[in-house]
Design a binder for this molecule. Structure first.
Ligand code: ACO
Length: 321
């Protein structure tokens, strides 16, 4: 039987500090009403000043490893999706590898902003399917607070920090288990819709998020729905076969519009944006871990991930959990 990637465990970590909308009212000219109505966000977690993306990733990874029952030496790959690494190099992935005493294997970071986790999952899946890796830690981890301009009310109210992890294991499959397919897309002509106004080889600083919110919104609904439709078509299923949609948690209105476009009722959509905000690459694994831990997503459920982010990049992944 062919090899497929199976999610054998999940983990997550959220920084301790909760920042509510009323906390933000003290920083910028905004209101709980505006933020809730436009984005669905009520609160988000903000990392401590000395807490780095690798600290968040290590905690999430440790939990996923403990829950998997595997030993560190069983892990042969660590792939981290992040836009906010601790340093320009080395990768966050090698820090996680060292902290968990993983003695060998490959470790690297992937940069596809909010779609990063789906890109990382897809890369790991390909390594597994061709027999090169057996047990891969795939993590989305972000300290988005480090790239926010805390004087820009149009962006600073939307993002949060956190990390989520899964362990993918290579197992033989009869075609009804594990990752069915991943679909990745990018169109660099839309890079100006969402970017940071800095970087190591330009300004020497990471810069802050600049966003054309309305344009991103329009593209997010249309492109994510198209990515999902392609996943359904290629797997010969319909939206009614999906047990859970786990969308990138950017904005409740984007999530609701995409679900509506697909004819999916909201009781089959995981929604964590109200208490996580937009954690970029961390948002899907954080939401997935929460739904699995709560017992909403169960073994055997058909789960669809979808995301869109800066680049623009977007994509989907269909998985039997
Ligand atoms: N508080 C109060 N007022 C605000 C705030 C704020 N935080 N931010 C903007 N406003 C004001 C604007 O200045 C504007 O005022 P004006 O009419 O006097 O000029 C008014 O609110 C409306 O601003 P718009 O930008 O037109 O508001 P819109 O309805 O488009 O909502 C939002 C903005 C929430 C950003 C929306 O466009 C959106 O959700 N876009 C998607 C962007 C997104 O989620 N990006 C995340 C990254 S990409 C991704 O993860 C998919």
């Amino acid at each position: 039987m062919p090899l497929r990637s199976h999610i054998i465990s999940t983990g997550s970590y959220l920084p301790k500090r909760v920042m509510t909308n009323s906390d933000l009212e003290k920083i910028v000219d905004t209101s709980d009403e505006w933020i809730s109505q436009r984005s669905g966000i009520k609160e988000r977690r903000i990392a401590a000043e000395n807490e780095t993306t690798s600290d968040l990733a290590i905690s999430a990874a440790r939990q996923a490893l403990e829950r998997s029952g595997l030993k560190p030496e069983d892990i042969d790959g660590v792939i981290i999706a992040t836009t906010t690494p601790d340093q320009t190099f080395p990768a966050v992935a090698v820090k996680v590898q060292a902290a968990l005493d993983i003695p060998a294997g490959i470790a690297f970071d992937v940069q596809a902003v909010c779609t990063g986790f789906i890109y990382a999952l897809s890369i790991a899946d390909n390594f597994i399917k061709n027999g090169q890796l057996k047990n891969v830690l795939v993590i989305g981890a972000e300290k988005m607070s480090s790239v926010l301009n805390w004087e820009d009310r149009t962006t600073c109210v939307l993002f949060g920090d956190g990390a989520g992890a899964v362990i993918l294991q290579s197992q033989e499959s009869d075609g009804n288990s594990g990752i069915y397919s991943t679909h990745l897309y990018a169109d660099g002509r839309m890079a100006d819709l969402l970017y940071t106004d800095g970087g190591v080889s330009s300004t020497g600083k990471s810069g802050h998020i600049i966003m054309q919110g309305r344009e991103v919104f329009k593209n997010a609904v249309n492109l994510m729905a198209a990515a999902v439709e392609q996943a359904l078509r290629e797997n010969n299923i319909t939206a009614s076969d999906i047990d859970w949609l786990v969308p990138h948690q950017a904005n409740s209105r984007i999530i609701e519009s995409t679900a509506k476009k697909l004819g999916l009722s909201m009781d089959r959509v995981v929604m964590t944006v109200d208490h996580h905000g937009n954690t970029s690459a961390a948002s899907i694994p954080l939401a997935f871990d929460e739904a699995v831990t709560k017992g909403d997503i169960k073994k055997g459920h058909l789960v669809l991930f979808e995301a869109l982010g800066g680049g623009l990049t977007w994509g989907s992944a269909l998985i039997r959990y």
